[in-house]
Design a protein around this ligand. Structure first.
Ligand code: GRG
Length: 297
């Protein structure tokens, strides 16, 4: 499903900045090749686009949000490489091509992920290191918290240990709030923090982010049932085969779609105070909702 022209413009800016920032990463050629293989495999760039669109709600204050936006994509790509490993989800296909370990071997894939994670923080340090603006360190802390043991990594551990057990909806939401939601929340909050949002603005944007993060995961579960490998660029039908509790299984397809629509409305309601400036953030919420609309499946 295509982005709106406004979101596509953000995606293109992110794409070209990712290329120039990645050129500053040094290391053995085969490691850089493995990192670039997954980074430039055609992801939607949803997290950096969210960060940029959130930052644009605020007047420019001299801080360029792009290095933080690209750092999030480095971290997201590392998480996909590691998630696909035989020790985790054991996937052969991602972003429309063989997974990193299928192409480069397991050891290299682990190290490519390690490289991307570490370089993410390196590139933020290099770009913001001389800034006296304390929002920079708060923004970076937000990203670290979301990516680490209390965020995405913690969520991945819960996901692995709870596979094969029946979860109720609340337990499932806890897993996904950490595994997928934390980085989406950090994208929005980091954009807001770098833009010097006030406490009320940050709170509303956090609620927006939490709602779309959950909608994104519910949609992903539904698409695992409804979508095809060709459309999604990754394997489908795996959740059920692995004995995972999913929203598709807990709610069924139609109630799952209704839940996505409800979360989308809740997300958009939190943007009212930002007026027209928040149209790109509304478009992102609608993009997630439309991905599981009956017309797309
Ligand atoms: C290995 C520490 C560690 C964490 C892995 C993100 C994650 C945690 C696993 C990915 C598993 C998965 C398919 C989760 C569902 C939601 C999700 C993150 C989908 C992929 O994100 P998109 O759709 O992908 O933004 P693209 O390729 O467009 O960037």
């Amino acid at each position: 499903m295509p982005f709106t022209p406004g979101l596509e413009a953000y995606r293109k800016q992110v794409e070209s900045s990712l290329e120039s920032l990645f050129e500053t990463c040094e290391g053995p050629a085969h490691l850089i090749e493995a990192m670039g293989y997954s980074l430039f495999a055609g992801g939607k760039r949803l997290r950096p686009v969210l960060l940029m669109a959130t930052h644009d709600l605020f007047s420019k204050n001299g801080l360029d949000p792009m290095p933080a936006a690209c750092a999030l994509e480095f971290i997201h790509t590392y998480s996909l490489i590691h998630d696909d490993l035989p020790a985790m989800d054991n996937d052969d296909f991602r972003r429309g091509r063989p997974t990193n370990h299928k192409r480069f071997g397991e050891a290299q894939a682990i190290l490519a992920g390690d490289g991307l994670l570490t370089e993410a923080f390196g590139l933020m340090a290099r770009h913001y290191g001389d800034s006296a603006d304390s929002s920079v360190i708060h923004g970076i802390a937000e990203v670290a918290l979301a990516a680490g043991s209390a965020g995405m990594v913690g969520g991945q551990v819960l996901d692995m240990t709870e596979t094969g057990h029946d979860l109720d909806q609340e337990q499932l939401e806890t897993v996904h709030r950490l595994k997928t939601g934390a980085l989406i929340r950090a994208a929005v909050r980091c954009g807001a923090i770098l833009g010097h949002a006030n406490a009320d603005e940050l709170d509303r944007l956090t609620q927006y982010a939490e709602a779309i993060g959950l909608a994104f995961q519910v949609a992903d579960d539904l698409l695992d049932v409804l979508g095809s490998r060709e459309e999604l660029g990754k394997s489908t039908g795996k959740d059920q085969a692995q004995g995972k509790t999913t929203y598709a299984g807990l709610l069924g397809i139609q109630d799952g779609r209704n839940y996505v629509a409800d979360l989308t409305s809740r997300a958009i309601a939190n943007l009212e105070v930002f007026g027209e400036k928040a149209e790109s953030l509304r478009d992102i919420a609608r993009f997630i909702a439309d991905s599981v609309g009956p017309q797309n499946n």
